[in-house]
Design a protein around this ligand. Structure first.
Ligand code: PAF
Length: 281
């Protein structure tokens, strides 16, 4: 496994590769878990070579405290990537990606950036768009892999590629869950024992919403979810929405030909967890 710390060296290496070798790319912020590894495994089956980036991107955090507390486990991450024979890892520092100017570009994603996560994390998607675009420019992957846990991010990246005419295929990969249903996330390691025990409730609520969707009104489902969280000692609901998969606009009723998802964001003290589930079949 080759490890690169600056864009010049990874670009030079990628330039030496024989043409026609397809490159799969898995961008991450590290603190890798089995969800990330499954993206790498999928990328390996669909490409000749796989590049994983590890970079905690400052411009996508709206709170400095959240950025500072984001888990950093680089040695472990490298060991894990080695066990699955990842080809290349790119670990730039902030200076390498932003030079002296740690600012996000501004994008018009057609409105999807203002829904849900966009309402609660101002500027978050400009930060994601900025860094993902820079990685695409350096690595020039044929395919790039993103987990559906961050479903809104996945849609944003698809839009980013479309509006900037970037020749990369964006692949969305299913959510990887712990045995008790909690969606795998780098943030899970920050949960206390009690919070970790309480956290599978998030997925239980999503399953409940899925069961009720189409039977009772969306408003009623939202009210039930809010009630269920009202007395939870460990989990505080930030939002629960049912939205159309394409527009990400929250809906109050459903039309047959659209695909819908339920989206949720919850705080366990200062640890923010998100999840979602496809509704219908
Ligand atoms: O999903 C993440 O880990 C990050 O948002 C990403 C895509 C690596 C960009 O920093």
């Amino acid at each position: 496994m080759q490890v690169f710390y600056n864009s010049k060296s990874i670009k030079a290496y990628l330039d030496t590769l024989i043409e026609n070798k397809s490159i799969g790319f898995v961008p991450t912020m590290g603190a890798l878990h089995h969800g990330h590894l499954s993206l790498v495994e999928q990328a390996k089956t669909e490409n000749h070579l796989v590049v994983v980036s590890i970079f905690v991107n400052p411009t996508q955090f709206d709170k400095k405290e959240d950025l500072n507390k984001y888990p950093r486990t680089i040695d472990l991450d490298l060991k894990l990537l080695q066990t699955i024979n990842c080809d290349m890892v790119f670990i730039p520092d902030v200076e390498e990606m932003y030079h002296q100017n740690i600012l996000a570009e501004h994008f018009d994603f057609g409105g999807i950036e203002f829904e849900m996560e966009g309402k609660f994390r101002k500027g978050h998607f400009d930060g994601v768009g900025t860094i993902v675009k820079r990685f695409f420019e350096i690595i020039k992957p044929h395919k790039a892999y993103f987990g559906e846990k961050d479903f809104q991010q996945l849609q944003i990246v698809k839009k980013l590629v479309e509006i900037n005419n970037i020749p990369v295929k964006i692949i969305g990969c299913e959510i990887f869950r712990e045995e008790d249903g909690l969606a795998m996330s780098s943030r899970n390691i920050r949960l206390s024992e009690k919070q970790r025990k309480a956290a599978p409730f998030i997925y239980e609520i999503l399953l409940e919403a899925k069961k009720k969707f189409g039977i009772i009104s969306v408003d009623k489902i939202k009210q039930l979810v809010e009630e269920q969280f009202a007395n939870n000692e460990y989990l505080k609901l930030e939002y629960f929405e049912i939205a159309c998969e394409e527009s990400l606009k929250p809906v109050n009723d459903c039309q047959e030909k659209r695909n819908y998802r339920a989206f949720i964001a919850v705080f366990a003290n200062d640890v923010r967890l998100i999840d979602n589930i496809r509704l219908g079949n």
